[in-house]
Write a protein that binds this ligand. Structure first.
Ligand SMILES: Cc1cc2nc3c(=O)[nH]c(=O)nc-3n(C[C@H](O)[C@H](O)[C@H](O)COP(=O)(O)OP(=O)(O)OC[C@H]3O[C@@H](n4cnc5c(N)ncnc54)[C@H](O)[C@@H]3O)c2cc1C
Length: 354
C-alpha cells in the first residue's frame, strides 16, 4: 500500500479569487503567459454578473481611443491609465474577435456580442479556460487570506491552498446574489488596506412625483438630464435614455448624473430631465440602494496600490483587479473594460516577476 502523506496546503503559483469579469480575464491572460493559476469562485458558475450586464446583452466595451476612454472615466483615470493604454478598447475588441465572437458596434461605439447574448461572452471565456486546462473551483467561496513566508494561505470551507501570489477579483458589493458581497474589501482591510466607503453608482433616483410614477415603464431614448448647483450653475449634462419607474427615474442619463452627484459629494443640487417635450426639475433625489447599483463606488483605496503593477503597496504578492478597487466608470462598457484592463496589468506584473 502506498503511504500517502497528505500535503497540508496545495501549492499554487497564482490564486485568482473571484471568477467574474476581472477573474476570467486574468485567468485567460495567465494561461497565455503560462502562469499556473487556480480560479476560486463563490458561485456555481463563472461570470454571474457578466451574464446580467446590459439586460443580458453585455456591452463589454466602447470603441474609443484609450485617451478618449480615460477622459470619460473620471476620478480613477490616472490610476487606470497605464492598464487602459496597454489594454485599450480596441485590443479588447480584437481579442473577442480572435476568440470567434462576432460583434455588433452601436452608432455611439458601444460594443456587444452580435447575437446580443452575454452568455456568448461568458462561454468564450469558459471555452478558452477549458482548452487551456485552467483549474477552476466553483461553489467555492474564499473565507480568508493569510500572508505567510513567500506567499499566502488561501482558505475555503473545504480546502486551503498555498499561493505565491493572490489576485483579489471579488468585485464590488452590488447585486450580492450574483456573488459580489464585498469580501475582497474585507480581506484587504484585514490585511491593512484602507477601504473607501462603498456607495451605489449608476443607479436610479427616487421620486414619488406622479408625473414620473404614473408613467412607470415609459422610456425616453433620446432624452437629456442635467445636474445644477443650488445657485443654478450647470454642473453636468448627459444626453441618453431616461426611464420612468414606479420608484422614480432610471436610464443611462440618470445613472450618469447620479454617479456625478455621488463623486462630487453633492448634498444640495437640482436635476432636470426631459420626458419628451416635458421638462421636470427635482431637488436632492435619493439614490436607490447599493444592492441595486450597476457599479460600486469606493473600494480598496488607490494610493495603497501600485498602478503600474496592481500590487498592494502594503502586502507584496497581493494584487487587485476590477471593482474591488475604488474605480468605476460611466455606463457604456467602461466598467467591464476597467475590469479587463486592470486584470491584464496585474497578471503581466506577476509574469514579469518570474
Ligand atoms: C445589472 C448590471 C448591468 C451591468 N451592465 C454593464 C454593462 O453593460 N457594461 C459594463 O461595462 N458594465 C456593466 N455592469 C458592471 C460590470 O458588470 C461590473 O463592473 C464588472 O462585472 C466588475 O467585474 P469584477 O470582476 O470586478 O466583479 P464581478 O464581475 O462582480 O466578479 C466578482 C466575482 O467574484 C466572486 N466572489 C466574490 N467574493 C468571493 C469569494 N469570497 N470567494 C470566491 N469568489 C468570490 C463573485 O461570485 C463574482 O463572480 C453591470 C452591472 C450590473 C449589476
Amino acid at each position: 500500500m502506498m503511504n500517502h502523506t497528505p500535503l497540508k496546503h496545495t501549492p499554487v503559483k497564482f490564486a485568482i479569487v473571484g471568477g467574474g469579469a476581472a477573474g476570467m480575464f486574468a485567468a485567460a491572460v495567465a494561461a497565455e503567459r503560462n502562469i499556473p493559476c487556480l480560479v476560486l469562485e463563490r458561485k456555481a458558475r463563472l461570470g454571474s454578473k457578466v451574464l446580467m450586464t446590459a439586460n443580458g446583452r453585455c456591452n463589454f466595451t466602447k470603441d474609443l481611443s484609450a485617451d478618449q476612454f480615460l477622459a470619460d472615466v473620471g476620478p480613477a483615470a490616472k490610476f487606470v491609465a497605464q492598464a487602459v493604454r496597454e489594454c485599450p478598447p480596441r485590443k479588447i475588441i480584437a481579442g473577442f474577435k480572435s476568440l470567434g465572437v462576432p460583434l455588433r458596434r452601436m452608432p455611439d461605439g458601444r460594443i456587444f456580442p452580435a447575437d446580443g447574448k452575454a452568455t456568448t461572452v461568458v462561454h468564450a471565456f469558459g471555452d478558452l479556460l477549458r482548452d487551456s486546462e485552467v483549474p477552476i473551483a466553483t461553489n467555492c467561496p474564499v473565507t480568508g487570506i493569510q500572508p505567510v513566508k513567500n506567499g499566502f494561505i488561501v482558505a475555503t470551507r473545504n480546502f486551503t491552498v498555498w499561493a505565491e501570489n493572490v489576485l483579489l477579483a471579488t468585485g464590488g458589493a452590488s447585486y450580492p446574489k450574483l456573488g459580489s458581497v464585498g469580501d475582497g474589501q474585507n480581506f484587504a482591510h484585514a490585511l491593512g488596506h484602507r477601504i473607501v466607503p462603498l456607495r451605489p453608482g449608476l443607479i436610479g433616483l427616487e421620486t414619488s412625483d406622479r408625473r414620473v410614477t404614473d408613467r412607470a415603464g415609459a422610456r425616453f431614448e433620446d432624452a437629456r438630464a442635467t445636474v445644477f448647483a443650488p445657485d443654478g450653475a450647470t454642473l453636468f449634462v448627459y444626453r441618453g435614455e431616461v426611464d420612468c419607474e414606479s420608484f422614480g427615474l432610471s436610464g443611462a442619463a440618470v445613472y450618469n448624473c447620479q454617479r456625478y452627484i455621488e463623486h462630487a459629494g453633492l448634498r444640495e443640487y437640482e436635476i432636470e430631465v426631459w420626458l419628451g417635450k416635458e421638462r421636470l426639475r427635482f431637488s436632492n433625489l435619493k439614490p436607490r440602494p447599493l444592492k441595486e447599483a450597476i457599479v460600486t463606488i469606493g473600494g480598496v483605496a488607490l494610493d495603497e496600490v501600485d498602478s503600474s503593477t496592481m500590487e498592494s503597496r502594503i502586502v507584496p504578492g497581493l494584487y487587485f483587479a476590477g471593482e474591488v478597487l475604488d474605480i468605476d466608470g460611466p455606463t457604456g462598457g467602461y466598467n467591464l473594460t476597467l475590469a479587463f484592463a486592470t486584470a491584464r496589468r496585474a497578471v503581466e506584473s506577476v509574469a514579469a516577476k518570474n
